[in-house]
Design a protein around this ligand. Structure first.
Ligand code: F6R
Length: 600
């Protein structure tokens, strides 16, 4: 949520900052801004809407070698120019960008700033006004900046400029991610390395409660007590094709298409020299010791966690509970005696999941993060990490990260079964490869899903998805995809549950997408389909080879029944994509959403 960038060096900061913000737009896109600092002072440009709108208002002639920038996902104060960052202090001396939430901003306002008029409705402005107040009362800038972090509670990644000092960016971080990028005669800051790959691939990660005095050729990192921190840089290995759209009209379509390759990559990353799929032996040992696994996640990753529960229980005979992180945090179930916690998160930054991770670590439990982002907060803070190797996912709606999560969970389940001596009558590499091929076949027949959209979904105000077991979980994901990018009200239901209430919503023409890939419930779901058809529903039936019927609309290529969620989600993703496209929605950046949800 929100992205920040900064530059201090020899080049013109403006273009580097704006290009960086374009790469961070996935973190929030309701307004953006930059502050440029030069001999004539601080120049702040901001605008509501996308970075393209910001480009329009920036004075092309303004040259500066120091600057900071921000792209916003609103928490405090509605999306508007007034609430866009950077925020200026009343004297005009300081300006700040901030990602996160200052939980005690009202308390701080009441204690220190009652006499100060505020220019925005944000929590952030408190920080910059406090700087003004303390520095005016004689405190040195660096001391005032340090004092800030002793006072504020919450999550923050901040960058501050002082118009009386052209040589410094003041940086601070707690809970929200922030990196310092290193270059020849320059430094940059960024919420995500992607933003600054344009100028460097060498970064230093900041840890919680660290402050940096950043200059063109030096950086001093300290903790809140003022002790110097030394940290090695790391290199980001990504090439441009990983983060560019190439010939695709949207990142989402590119990422849907990449899924078969991603699954094959996941297989190869977890294969040993004999070709078997293996998991780190320490993780395996903890899984063997656990009497119950708790999977914690949000949104799409939660849906992958539901599939993961089925895989672990069916293949490895291990009891699993899957929980929504934000619910688990404040309504914790009774835990088993020896639990193991698995966190699933594409970004590895999700605040709700992190809250649970921190709480479970405090209780001394072993934690494992399954994530797409090496070095992310959830990865760093968990005892162990398994990477999903999906490559950067830029579209806000998650697709390839989801199927990669399921593939890793399947590998974990197969590995756990073998470790327990359970005889599994399938070759996991073979079955996962068949699933990757089946995904490819669906991807190569996009016109079928496009047609489904025209026939069933496009002009409707709602859409229901029904299935049983893992098909129900895929329905939850299909419904989430459709609602988040096309804004059609969509819900996934277990087929048997309709008659207990939801069927009241079915009327003449209501679109229902029904999924049947599990032989043992095929008769049940087909009879649920008859129930909704009898009430006028317009049903699109998705089945799988082996249990298909000739009037079914989409027939998935046969794959092992454990792995059908990898394949059945592909048509659902494509249906959501085409629905959003034909309704004129912004496919990659749906309204009100952001890719990395770093607030609770
Ligand atoms: C939906 C989507 C979200 C995320 C959720 C958790 O397409 O992407 O529902 O799955 O915000 O994010 P991560 O996986 O980064 O923890």
């Amino acid at each position: 949520m929100c992205g920040i960038v900064g530059y201090i060096g020899n080049q013109d900061a403006k273009e580097i900052l704006v290009k960086g913000l374009e790469k961070l737009e996935y973190r929030g896109y309701d307004s953006s801004g930059v502050a440029l600092l030069n001999d004539s002072g601080l120049h702040v440009y901001k605008e509501q809407g996308r970075i393209a709108a910001l480009r329009e208002v920036i004075d092309e002639q303004e040259q500066a070698k120091v600057g900071i920038g921000h792209t916003r996902w609103a928490t405090h104060g509605k999306p508007s120019r007034r609430n866009a960052h950077p925020h200026l202090s009343n004297s005009g001396r300081f300006t700040i960008v901030h990602n996160g939430v200052i939980e005690n901003y009202e308390e701080l306002k009441a204690r220190y700033l009652l006499d100060i008029p505020f220019a925005s409705d944000t929590d952030t402005e408190v920080i910059v006004q406090l700087m003004d107040k303390w520095v005016e009362s004689g405190v040195a800038v660096e001391n005032a900046f340090r004092q800030l972090f002793l006072e504020i509670k919450g999550s923050y990644a901040v960058a501050l400029l002082d118009n009386q000092d052209l040589e410094t960016i003041y940086v601070g971080k707690n809970k929200s991610p922030l990196l310092i990028g290193l270059g020849q005669d320059f430094h940059v800051i960024a919420s995500d390395a992607l933003a600054m790959l344009q100028v460097t691939n060498q970064f230093v990660e900041l840890m919680d409660e660290e402050i940096v005095i950043l200059r063109q050729t030096s950086k001093r990192i300290t903790n809140l007590s003022g002790e110097i921190v030394q940290r090695r840089p790391f290199y980001v290995k990504l090439d441009a094709s990983d983060i560019e759209k190439g010939p695709y009209p949207h990142y989402m379509l590119k990422e849907i298409d990449e899924q078969p390759v991603v699954i094959r990559k996941v297989i190869s990353k977890y294969q040993d020299i004999t070709g078997d799929l293996v998991i780190d032996s320490h993780i395996r040992a903890h899984i063997q010791k656990a009497d119950r696994i708790y999977i914690i996640a949000c949104g799409t990753s939660y849906h992958a966690g539901l599939v993961g529960k089925q895989l672990m229980e069916k293949i490895a005979d291990i009891p699993v509970e899957t929980h929504i992180a934000s619910e688990f945090l404040y309504n914790r179930p009774l835990l088993s005696v020896n639990p193991l916690f698995i966190f699933i998160s594409q970004s590895g930054e999700t605040a709700d999941s992190r809250g649970v991770l921190v709480a479970m670590k405090q209780l001394g439990h072993i934690t494992l993060t399954i994530t797409n982002v090496p070095g992310s907060t959830l990865s760093r803070e968990a005892t162990y990490t398994l990477l999903t190797h999906a490559g950067p996912e830029i579209a806000v709606a998650s697709t390839k990260a989801y199927t990669a999560q399921i593939a890793v969970l399947a590998i974990l389940a197969f590995d756990s079964a073998r470790a327990k001596g359970i005889k599994v009558d399938v070759n996991p590499v073979h079955e996962l490869s068949i699933a990757a091929n089946a995904m490819e076949i669906m991807i190569n027949h996009k016109e079928v899903m496009e047609e489904v959209v025209w026939q069933y979904v496009n002009t409707s105000r709602n859409c229901f998805f029904i299935g049983r077991g893992v098909d129900y979980y895929a329905c939850l994901e299909g419904a989430l995809k459709l609602k988040e990018i096309s804004y059609i009200q969509a819900e996934g239901f277990p087929g048997g549950e309709l008659k207990h209430g939801t069927i009241a919503l079915i009327e003449e023409g209501t679109p229902v997408i029904a999924l049947v890939t599990q032989a043992h419930v095929r008769a049940n779901i087909r009879s649920n389909v008859q129930e909704v058809k009898a009430r006028g529903a317009h049903v699109c039936m998705i089945s799988i080879e082996g249990i298909e019927e000739k009037e079914d609309h989409i027939i998935l290529p046969a794959v092992h029944e454990w792995l059908t969620p990898l394949v059945s989600v592909v048509p659902l993703q494509l249906i959501a994509y085409y629905a959003a496209l034909y309704r004129g929605c912004d496919v990659d950046k749906p309204r009100n959403l952001a890719k990395s949800v770093t607030v609770e």
